[in-house]
Design a protein around this ligand. Structure first.
Ligand code: DPP
Ligand code: ZN
Length: 878
């Protein structure tokens, strides 16, 4: 496969002004007629018309009305070239595709008998020949024709301009999108669907028609998506002054979908997982996910669609920015300071759980990658979540107002354009009169920077020195790194736990100072410091780095009890926990068992105090009591022993469960949410703490705790409580677990998203071994063809069940290889995600490595393999 480099970017040879698309939709044979008006791009050095196409049959091609025979064009792989074309042309192309056999879910495909499209990143070329690249922006007119009985609803981007009947039981609809857009934002839906709709007033006095389309039978699950959409529209108006630019905005839910959702102009297509919800079938986390993703896709209308990416290397331009926007939206929707802090803590957990490992593994890449084989492999936590951190750092450095000025300038300069990450950075710099040259390294250098902090208090001069030393580990292709521009937010706690007012260079900095670390080694001096303080460094997680500092337990307990910055308060607890978990992991590895393990009082008492502190938001207490995950622990170790990690973590959970039993029971009772279910932040927080208490109680499973879980399972009136109870029973290996699982399945077998939960819960239970997963795969409800289902069992096992996946005999890895190969034949994107489960294989014991390498080689040795999977496994092996 061919590697594509960012440095090789060249402008398109021809620009497209208008596209008229005609679809004669038939699952077995869809005819696509494409008429483009094109003109030569004065900025291009090459002269041929260049189009790309994939898996489509070319029927005819006409240039300015004249049919081209084979001497008029050439096809080389996926590229079609027409030499010697005039400066302006009308190009007409007729092609045929077969949606019903398109299992890749990219391009035009059929799901449950209905037509949908997915064109990002390069799916449009599977529909017609086109300059399928984001810097070609055109106006689209779309005519859809289909059988009326089977496909009563015909949708595309923009506005409906005409619809009517056709002979033979067919009908048509004509759609026109008033905005020019890149081809990846094209969409159509032809389906038997129903919708919830309403007219919604916009800030400028117009109204827009909002619709949420679902399959019949799901109309009782669309309220929350609709409400989230309205909140999103309002929030974008209020926080950023950005308005909906269309008269109509549609969300369509589809059960077979590779990603979470897609921001097609005016016609967002969503994985059902991020639309369908009611209390009976969806958990609090599902509701939060819907709000975030509805917001995310809606916010793309400005950050992505109106201003789009010049090329796919710039993906984070829209994704990092839009994730940042959806994060801010979710935080604002909660509205409280503590709620905002909890969303921030969640973001930090995601980074540590998924992005830091990516940045330290074979697929490490900069936020703006320099090369790729398959762009679909770069829809990553680095581009998305680290990209969002990079955007957040602008706001930290420039302040909220400065950041807004930068956003305004960005839109003023680039509305309607396809631009780069540099353009965004320049808008931020210019709007604020700042030099952000060095900041560019956040886009170009991969790897998680490490900031080492050393401190010194000089009593005689009442000064406090904070020395910060930054380094960044080597990553593939980048052996050496230059210093980053890192905002480090710092506070100093006095002995009474209160913030000391800060003075640097004679300037008052309040309680938190944002230091700008730009050198490899830099010392900051605080003056007028009355006593030896405890430093609270990297408040609010002000940069995506690893902070190292030799904190004593006493200092950590002090921070955990008092830090006014909730993120660092939480962080102190994580550090206390991680220290214990690492020590216990070492012991469990050496003794191969939990027998000799022991947990100290300092830690247990700190947790006890936190748990019972009713002055704190339950959501914060839940976060503070959550231990670092097994993968976060693994990330700290040179040689990973999954069983020892699991044993150590389970021991800590059980020990907390036993020793804090009274307090856990108290909180379990105190945080009940009787009455009608509501997914609001306060109720969600209570359920989270209550169910965390339940899971701790069941980690040291005594009969009473299991009875509590069983009762909760029986009496639950919402999915959050039901699934929490079931999960506690399953993970505790309770005698009733099997029967409860069966009852759960029987009750919810008609709800695909709940069946996914049912599979996932079993896949991630440490009692489920490979043989049991194979057994589950024979269940009539299982299929590899549906991405959600494949992820819920196969991927969940490979990525979320470390003990069984890493079974010493290598059976987990053999299973992985088999499934990657099977999935790749159906859906390379889903297969490629699964193939990432082996990313960190070099961190395991030599015996495990041997097995893992064999499995990787087995996949790499397949004659027929997608570029997607080949890129991942060859990078892992290289
Ligand atoms: N649908 C994906 C997202 O919104 C890709 N754009 O992030
Ligand atoms: Zn996005």
């Amino acid at each position: 496969p061919q590697t594509i480099y960012r440095k090789d970017y060249t402008a398109p040879t021809y620009l497209v002004d208008t596209v008229e698309l005609g679809f004669d939709l038939d699952p077995a044979r869809t005819i696509v007629a494409n008429r483009m008006t094109m003109r030569r791009n004065p900025d291009s050095i090459r002269r041929d018309i260049e189009l790309v196409g994939e898996d489509i049959e070319l029927v005819a091609i006409r240039l300015n009305g004249k049919t081209l025979d084979q001497s008029g064009y050439s096809i080389d792989g996926s590229v079609l070239r027409i030499p010697d074309a005039p400066d302006t042309v009308t190009l007409e192309i007729e092609t045929i595709c077969v949606p019903e056999s398109n299992t890749t879910l990219s391009g035009l495909y059929v799901s449950n008998g209905n037509f949908y499209t997915q064109c990002e990143a390069e799916g449009f070329r599977r529909i017609t020949w086109f300059p399928d690249r984001p810097d070609v922006m055109a106006r689209y007119m779309v005519m859809l024709r289909a059988d009326k009985a089977r496909f009563p609803v015909l949708l595309s981007n923009g506005n409906l301009v005409e619809e009517g009947e056709l002979p033979g039981g067919r009908h048509y609809a004509k759609w026109e999108d008033p905005f020019k857009k890149p081809s990846y934002l094209f969409a159509l839906v032809a389906a038997r669907l129903v919708c919830q709709e309403e007219q919604f007033p916009l800030a400028d006095g117009r109204t827009a028609l909002l619709q949420v389309w679902v399959e019949e039978g799901n109309l009782d699950k669309t309220d929350y998506a609709m409400q989230s959409l309205k909140h999103s529209i309002r929030w974008d108006e209020e926080r950023w002054g950005l308005e909906l630019d269309l008269d109509r905005f549609m969300i369509v839910a589809v059960g077979d979908f590779n990603m979470g959702a897609m921001e097609n102009k005016g016609l967002n297509i969503f994985n059902t997982k991020f639309v369908l919800a009611n209390p009976r079938v969806a958990t609090d986390i599902d509701f939060q996910g819907i709000e975030a993703v509805v917001g995310h896709e809606y916010f793309h209308n400005w950050t992505g669609n109106r201003v789009t990416c010049r090329d796919w290397f710039q993906l984070s331009l829209k994704e990092g920015l839009t994730v940042f926007r959806d994060q801010e939206f979710s935080a604002d929707m909660i509205g409280t300071e503590s709620g905002r802090a909890v969303t921030r803590i969640d973001q930090v957990r995601t980074l540590r759980q998924a992005q830091f490992p990516e940045d330290a593994g074979p697929m490490a890449h900069p936020v703006r990658p320099d090369s790729f084989v398959e762009i679909n492999n770069f829809y990553t936590v680095t581009v998305y979540e680290k990209g969002a951190e990079v955007v957040r750092m602008y706001q930290t450095l420039l302040g909220r107002d400065g950041f807004r000025k930068g956003m305004d300038l960005y839109f003023a300069r680039h509305d309607g354009q396809a631009v780069t990450c540099d353009d965004f950075r320049m808008a931020m710099a210019d709007a604020n009169g700042r030099d952000l040259t060095q900041f560019e390294r956040w886009y170009s250098q991969a790897g998680t920077p490490i900031v080492q902090a050393e401190t010194r208090y000089i009593e005689a001069t009442r000064t406090y020195e904070l020395r910060l030393i930054q380094t960044c580990p080597a990553t593939p292709g980048q052996p050496e790194k230059l210093p980053f521009h890192i905002p480090v937010a710092v506070g100093l706690l006095g002995k009474d736990g209160r913030d000391l007012p800060l003075t640097i260079d004679g300037q008052q900095k309040g309680n938190t100072a944002v230091l700008e670390l730009t050198e490899a080694d830099q010392t900051f001096v605080f003056t007028d410091v009355p006593e030896q303080p405890t430093p609270s460094i990297l408040r609010d997680f002000s940069a995506p780095v690893v902070l190292r500092h030799g904190y004593s337990d006493a200092e950590l307990v002090h921070l955990f009890s008092h830090d006014s910055d909730p993120v660092n308060r939480w962080e102190a607890g994580q550090r206390l926990a991680m220290g214990r978990l690492l020590k216990l992991t070492g012991m469990a590895g050496a003794n191969s068992g939990a027998d000799a393990l022991d947990l100290d009082d300092v830690f247990v008492e700190a947790m006890r105090k936190m748990l019972a502190d009713e002055s704190l938001d339950p959501a914060f207490r839940e976060q503070a009591l959550l231990l670092p995950t097994e993968s976060m622990i693994a990330d700290q170790l040179d040689v990973v022993n999954p069983l020892a990690i699991h044993t150590a973590r389970q021991f800590v959970r059980a020990d907390i469960g036993a020793r804090l039993r009274e307090e856990l029971l108290d909180q379990y009772q105190a945080n009940q949410t009787p009455g009608e279910y509501s997914p609001d932040a306060a109720s969600t927080a209570k359920r989270a703490l209550k169910n965390l208490a339940l899971s701790y109680l069941c980690a040291a499973p005594d009969a009473e705790s299991l009875a509590l879980a069983e009762r909760q399972f029986d009496e639950a009136t919402n999915m959050t409580d039901r699934v929490a109870a079931l999960s506690a029973l399953v993970h505790a290996r309770a005698p009733v677990a099997a029967e409860a699982l069966q009852r759960f399945y029987d009750e919810f077998q008609g709800e695909a998203l709940v069946v996914d939960k049912w599979f996932m819960m079993q896949a991630t239970s440490s009692t489920t071994d490979v043989a049991a997963v194979r057994e589950l795969m024979k269940h009539p409800a299982f299929t590899l063809r549906n991405p959600n289902r494949a992820r819920s069992l196969v991927a969940a096992f490979c990525s979320g069940n470390p003990v069984q996946f890493h079974a010493p005999d290598g059976s987990g890895y053999a299973f992985w290889a088999e499934q990657v190969i099977a999935l790749d034949a159906l859906n390379p994107q889903v297969a490629s995600r699964l193939s990432r489960a082996m990313d960190r294989w070099r961190r395991y014991s030599p015996a495990l490595q041997e097995h893992m390498k064999k499995a990787l080689q087995q996949v790499a040795g397949q004659a027929k393999l997608s570029n997607d999977v080949r890129e991942v496994v060859s990078k892992a092996l290289s």
